[in-house]
Design a protein around this ligand. Structure first.
Ligand SMILES: Cc1cc2nc3c(=O)[nH]c(=O)nc-3n(C[C@H](O)[C@H](O)[C@H](O)COP(=O)(O)OP(=O)(O)OC[C@H]3O[C@@H](n4cnc5c(N)ncnc54)[C@H](O)[C@@H]3O)c2cc1C
Length: 333
């Protein structure tokens, strides 16, 4: 049995202080990723700093016209918040399609942003895996690489998908992550927070040292937009995405004024499709337009032995999501 120290912090400063000076310390939020991985011996923290009592559980209006979400806001609370359901329907839908009700009741906003990959070779604790043990190789590239393996943003060192649904919606909305350590605080653009694997797949995000996530601030909602989250998976609940799409669309008459597209289940990070979005502006909101955008979004995809089906599947998710979001924009929904 591995020993670890447990410390419960009462405020952010105390949490950072309790984390400091130990490279093997980890913040403990809902525990739904962390405790799993400790039990599997994939993560071996020497010290757990419990952040559940920090006063970071509020959802408040932000100065930018968006919403400021505390790090410990539970996924269920965020999904059902009235302002989120009204102005960020895509986020509410993404959250409610993630995991199970019990898990969502426990899982936090920061923990979700920081969740680890579901790659079976990473999680088995013994297979060669550059993410778990840098330099050992990637078992998935020549192995079984169907469900939780990417076709966008992969490298010869790692092809694991970023598994979060919530983060896909946040990528489409646009957001900023606020982090704090003993030196002060800083803000990280959500688009830059998660890193591509490149040749350092063990470095997954921008967080450094003892930094604690305190908030995620959503950009102001797109005016008069409709939005939706489409998640395609092997089973309709309690399952990670094979391909998913968060779409936000606003219209001028029957033409597209603004569009946002982000993908899940196919990228090594929450995958924003800026080129496809640009191509939609000014075009009629019809299936031919959505299909062209979907083709553009998946143009650079690289399939592996068992996941080539994800490319047409993701295209379908994009078309369906754009169609639904445009219909909702037209209805003022
Ligand atoms: C069976 C199962 C099915 C699931 N299905 C889905 C799914 O379909 N879709 C989906 O999106 N997710 C799914 N998940 C993942 C789930 O959403 C995450 O486990 C959860 O969001 C993690 O949040 P948490 O609060 O429990 O984090 P924890 O497990 O407590 O922590 C996760 C990581 O975040 C770090 N951390 C936590 N708080 C902070 C902070 N404030 N600052 C810095 N670092 C922090 C921890 O140190 C740890 O490394 C599933 C999980 C399980 C177990």
């Amino acid at each position: 049995m591995r020993q670890f120290e447990y410390k419960r912090a009462e405020d952010a400063r105390a949490a950072v202080a309790a984390h400091a000076g130990n490279d093997a310390a980890a913040y403990l939020a809902g525990g739904t990723t962390l405790i799993d991985l400790v039990k599997l011996d994939v993560m071996q923290p020497e010290r757990l700093v419990d952040v559940n009592r920090l006063a970071l559980d509020a959802i408040e209006p932000a100065d930018n016209g968006g919403l400021r979400i505390g790090a410990t806001v539970r996924n269920t609370a965020l999904a059902h918040d009235k302002r989120v359901r009204r102005d960020y329907r895509v986020l509410s839908e993404a959250l409610l399609q993630g995991a199970s009700r019990q898990l969502r009741n426990r899982a936090t906003t920061a923990g979700n942003v920081m969740q680890r990959v579901r790659c079976s070779y990473f999680r088995d604790g013994i297979s060669p895996c550059n993410k778990r043990e840098p330099g050992t190789g990637c078992s998935a590239i020549e192995g079984r690489n169907r469900e939780v393996f990417a076709v966008l943003g992969t490298s010869e060192h790692c092809i694991a998908v970023h598994p979060s649904d919530m983060c896909v919606a946040m990528a489409a909305i646009g957001a900023t992550v606020r982090v704090e350590d003993a030196e002060g605080s800083r803000e990280i653009d959500f688009a830059d927070f998660h890193k591509l694997p490149g040749d350092t797949p063990h470095i997954e995000h921008e967080l450094a040292g003892d930094e604690l996530i305190t908030h995620v601030t959503l950009d102001a909602p797109v005016a008069d937009a409709g939005s939706t989250y489409i998640k395609l998976r092997d089973r309709s609940s309690y399952q990670f995405a094979l391909a998913s799409c968060a779409a936000i669309v606003s219209l001028d008459g029957d033409r597209i004024r603004e569009a946002r597209i982000a993908l899940g289940g196919v990228g090594t990070k929450p995958w924003r499709c800026l080129d496809a979005e640009q191509a939609l502006v000014g075009q009629p909101a019809v299936d031919e337009t959505f299909e062209a955008a979907a083709a553009a979004a998946m143009r650079d995809a690289t399939p592996y032995k068992h996941n080539a089906f994800k490319i047409p599947l993701a295209r379908k998710a994009i078309v369906c999501a754009l169609r639904d979001a445009a219909a909702r924009a037209g209805n003022g929904a």
